[in-house]
Design a protein around this ligand. Sequence first.
Ligand SMILES: NC(=O)C1=CN([C@@H]2O[C@H](COP(=O)(O)OP(=O)(O)OC[C@H]3O[C@@H](n4cnc5c(N)ncnc54)[C@H](O)[C@@H]3O)[C@@H](O)[C@H]2O)C=CC1
Length: 485
Amino acid sequence: MAYETQPTASHFINGTYVDDIAGTSLPVIYPATGKVIATLHEATPALVDQALAAAAAAQIEWAKMTGRERGRILTDAARLIRKRNHDLSVLETYDTGKPYQETSVADASSAADALEYFGGLAASLTGEHIQLGEDWVYTVREPLGVCVGIGAWNYPTQIACWKAAPALACGNAMVFKPSETTPLSALKVAEILVEAGLPAGVFNVVQGTGPVGAQLIGDPRVAKVSLTGSVPTGRKVYAAAASNMKHVTMELGGKSPLVIFDDADLDNAVGGAILANFYSTGQVCSNGTRVFVQKGIKDAFLARLAERLKTATIGDPQDPNTIIGPMVSARQREIVEGYIAKGIEEGARLVAGGKRIDGDGFFIEPTIFADVTDNMTIAKEEIFGPVMAVLDFEDEAEAIARANATEFGLSAGVFTRDISRAHRVIGQIKAGSCFINSYNDAPVEAPFGGSKMSGVGRENSKTAINHYSQLKSVYVRMGDVEAPF
Ligand SMILES: NC(=O)C1=CN([C@@H]2O[C@H](COP(=O)(O)OP(=O)(O)OC[C@H]3O[C@@H](n4cnc5c(N)ncnc54)[C@H](O)[C@@H]3O)[C@@H](O)[C@H]2O)C=CC1
């Protein structure tokens, strides 16, 4: 392999690569071939302790720097990431199997956006002055301390930076644990941050599975935990963090509705449904996998969708012409196949796809089910694969009620030419990140996150600052103290 995928070592602690071969071996598998492309080791408890100690020590000095100084390092790192976008995207494709066509525009570049945005904000993070007659209160925006970031496997570089950028801008240090399935990219982020001038220990990466995450969360030195992952993991992580009153951000799963009205522009609606279901081979938390199509447009919608699907090239994800890559792992493909079988068994109509693609990689056909009803498993549970469920509806009130009939609340989309209806519908849907005549846009300037079981807190935008800092308020009395005795 011309491209070196084996990192210098498994972990990045206190400004340098470290390893301990006593840790359980962690093979990294390229999803397009099923071959091992690197072997790492899980962090031993001693290494996790070392990372936390490094973060705790470095955070004190990092917080003493001015916001401008911190911001400059983050924006310098953003520039380095952009300069190395090609290599980082190739690596992200090896790590995840996502096509280069995507990783070259949506992964490292989104990470750079976050570093640039929060780097830019760092100098203007302030408290306020509250006058109370002659007395007054001032507030100081303080960092939380050591933050732990835990990532999912679908957007490894982006997740690392969506968490690290606001955390570091506020003067926190971070220990980041990538998903064990995709451990490579976060190490590059750590390397680049140090190259940009980040003091050793401010951003550390430790590898491992659940128990490594659990050790991080349970440590008294940790003030905050930000997780991107599934709802079951979210429950565990939130509970563990709560027992020690730690701050949390939870970016979890979804089963988001995409509502397409008869009057929608057909090709835009089909395009939205494609983005909402097949991008990253369907492995996107905010995907609109319950596609509610009004009866009058249903046949035209399905016909156009089938036509456009035929043009999607599936294959080698490193080939810039490939549009759809493999699933991230054999296990994830099995999960998706299980859902497809359930869809057929429960009476949904298979319109396209449904089969695995033979070969060494974890490929599966993009799949469309029509005539799906609300009680079917494929309409209720997050599949996390390229499986679209199309459901019919008659009117607006019905669509809203059914769209909301879910435990999740991450995203929602609506396609219509009637702008009043668009706002009316979105206004009534209980979800955090919504779209009108679009789907899955996630600019760093906009808050991102879910309601209900999809999560707590928001990433990105100015709002994220509130999740990585706390206010100290100081009352200042100008006159004498009037005590009762
Ligand atoms: N809302 C959002 O922003 C996003 C949510 N997701 C969700 O992530 C899921 C897919 O990612 P997976 O990696 O399979 O999720 P997962 O929940 O299995 O794992 C997520 C991370 O948590 C760690 N972990 C597992 N058990 C833990 C424990 N007891 N304590 C601490 N850490 C633990 C894992 O090692 C991994 O790093 C999907 O359900 C998807 O919806 C994915 C991307 C974005």
